[in-house]
Design a protein around this ligand. Structure first.
Ligand code: SF4
Length: 289
């Protein structure tokens, strides 16, 4: 969604910088468009930035793929830092552009410790990752990108969207992360939003959360035991085992969250992320608390 105003009371203050992307992820909630929109959105985002309250804790940069802005992404970061010097800048990127060491070095110079890069890693197994992105060698580029980001001290949030393709390897992936990517600051396991390409590819990507709770629990607890900062996004408390409640976050953006009638009396409602109002396939929940 393109925001026209940033709001201190919202949990989603993001600048949408392009609808273009160089991946074609099977479950993409915001299917990419081939159109030259960088300049026009840049101008719009300058106006949006003007509305930003100085106390804003986080601002997102999202798309599409923000690194398709090339050097213009650095201009945007500089403008944000000038306007909001204390605000953390959370960029969602597929990470492939950071395989270019010079580009990553410049990003670090411009953004410094204000940056947090949210990068999806779909699997430890390159074939599965590339199957999901539908781009050969995207795994290799994203992995190189993660190492370059680490080399230049940029904070990383690894994002793992759980699908039918990757859920069986969540525990294997958790060991892979601990052994090969121990420098990441956060790891977020994310329930799938059934919208965009996820609807078109429903048979390939959709899995009911009940089918992967054992794998998710093993992966999350494993990473937590290793001392890593791990979270579960987009899965309501009543879909999770009790052991995962402490890791579950209120992650669904306020403009697309919904609670069902059964939620009204639920004791967990204040902590629970609720459901996506944007999902075609509604989760089958059984209120228990
Ligand atoms: S019943 Fe509703 S509020 Fe309670 S845990 Fe489930 S989804 Fe969340």
């Amino acid at each position: 969604m393109i925001k026209t105003k940033l709001d201190i009371n919202s949990n989603d203050n993001s600048l949408f910088v392009t609808a273009q992307c160089n991946n074609r992820c099977l479950m993409c909630s915001q299917p990419p468009l081939k159109r030259n929109d960088v300049e026009i959105l840049f101008e719009k985002n300058l106006l949006v930035l003007d509305s930003a309250p100085i106390e804003l804790k986080d601002i997102g940069i999202t798309g599409g793929e923000p690194t398709l802005l090339g050097e213009k992404l650095f201009d945007l970061i500089e403008l944000i830092k000038c306007k909001l010097p204390e605000t953390q800048i959370h960029i969602l990127s597929n990470g492939r552009a950071f395989a270019n060491r010079d580009y990553t070095k410049e990003l670090a110079r411009v953004g410094g410790d204000k940056l947090l890069l949210g990068v999806p890693l779909h699997s430890d197994y390159s074939y599965d990752h590339d199957q999901i992105t539908q781009v050969g060698k995207s795994y290799v580029e994203t992995m190189k990108g993660l190492y370059n980001l680490a080399e230049f001290g940029i904070k990383i949030e690894l994002r793992i969207v759980i699908t039918k393709i990757n859920f069986n390897r969540l525990y294997t992936l958790s060991n892979f992360i601990y052994k090969n990517l121990p420098f990441v600051s956060y790891i977020s396991f994310m329930g799938l939003e059934d919208t965009g390409y996820a609807i078109k590819n429903h048979e390939i990507v959709w899995v009911n959360p009940g089918e992967y709770q054992i794998q998710l629990e093993k992966a999350v607890i494993n990473l937590s035991i290793w001392g890593m900062d791990v979270s579960v996004f987009n899965l309501p408390h009543c879909c999770l085992p009790l052991s995962l409640h402490e890791f579950a976050r209120k992650s669904i953006s306020d403009w697309k969250v919904k609670y069902l009638s059964g939620c009204e009396k639920c004791k967990m409602k204040n902590d629970c992320c609720g459901l996506f109002s944007t999902s075609k396939k509604e989760l089958e929940i059984t209120p228990k608390f």
